[in-house]
Design a protein around this ligand. Sequence first.
Ligand code: PBG
Length: 330
Amino acid sequence: MTFPAKRPRRLRSRPALRRLVRETRIAPEDLIYPLFVRDAIDEPQPIASMPGHHQHTLESLTREAEAAIKVGVRSFVLFGIPARKDAQGSEAWNEDGISQRALRQLRNAFGADALLIADLCLCEYTDHGHCGVLEGEIVANDQTLELYQRIAVAQAAAGADVIAPSGMMDGQVRAIRSALDQEGFQDRAILAYAAKYASAFYGPFREAAGSAPRFGDRRGYQMDPANAREAIRESLLDVEEGADIVMVKPALAFLDVIRAVADATEVPVAAYNVSGEYAMVKAAAANGWIDERRVLREILLGIRRAGAQMILTYHAKQAAADIPCWDEMG
Ligand code: PBG
C-alpha cells in the first residue's frame, strides 16, 4: 500500500487551523443594502416576494437604515417610488421628489456615518416603465442621457455620495460625469451598472419598485445573458468614461463575468445579488428546504471569490448580524 505524500486534510483538522488558512472573509462594511422608499404612503408596505423588505415611508426608511448601521452596514442604495409618473419620468429630477427627500433625510439623520448611493434610472418614474424616453417603441438613447444628467445633479445636490446609473444607455457614465463636474460635484463617485443583463431574476424588484415595462422588454438596452466578452467591453468603456466602480448584475448566474471583469479592470468591482436571488433563498428557507444562514454565507463567499469586492444584497442587514458567527459555521 502506498500512502499519500500530500495530505490537504491536515489543514482542515482543527477549527483554528481552518480559520488560519481561510482565503476569503466578508465584513459588514463590504455589503451595500438596497432600500425602497415610496412617496405618499402612511405605513410601510411589505413586499410579498421579498420577505423582510418594504416600500418604506421616510420614517421607516430611517429606522431600517439605523438598524443596519448598528450591525455595521453603512452603505445604502436607494430606490424611489414616486406618486406621479409621466412619459419623461420628471419626478426623478424634482428636487422635492421622493429620492431626493430620502437622501436629505438620511444625510441629516446619520451625517458621515452613512454612505448614500443613489440608483439613477427612469423606469420607476415613467408611466411606460422603460428606462428612458420613448421614440415610438424604442428608448431614445441620447435624449435619455440629457434626463440622466438632470437626475444626477438633483441626487448630488440632495446629498448622494455615489451616483449609480442603471439604465444601460450608451455613454451614460460620460454624460453624468460631465454634468456632475459642471455643477461642482467633482467629488461624487460613479458606480456604473456596467454589465447589467436582461434578466428574469429582477422579477420581485419590479413588483417592489412598480417598474415593470408596460410593453415589450429591456432586451434592446440590457445585455444578453449569453454574452461574457461583451461585459468586458461594457466595463472598459465605463472606466474610460469615468466610472469609479464597475458592477456586474445579477451575481449568481454570472460569476464568470464577475471574474472576467475583475481581471480586465483596475477599478473596484461590485456585484448585485438581485431580488430574484434573494426571493429564491427566502422561499426555500421558509419551506425548511435549506439552512438559510449557511446558504447565505456560501452565496456571499462565492460572489466574493469570483472577484467582487463589494456586494449589493437584500440580505445585508441579516448577514452582517450573523457574520460574527460565521467562523464557527465553517
Ligand atoms: C432599474 C433597476 C432594476 C434593478 C435595479 N435597478 C430593474 C430593472 O432593470 O428592471 C433590479 C434589482 C433587483 O432585481 O434586485 N433599472
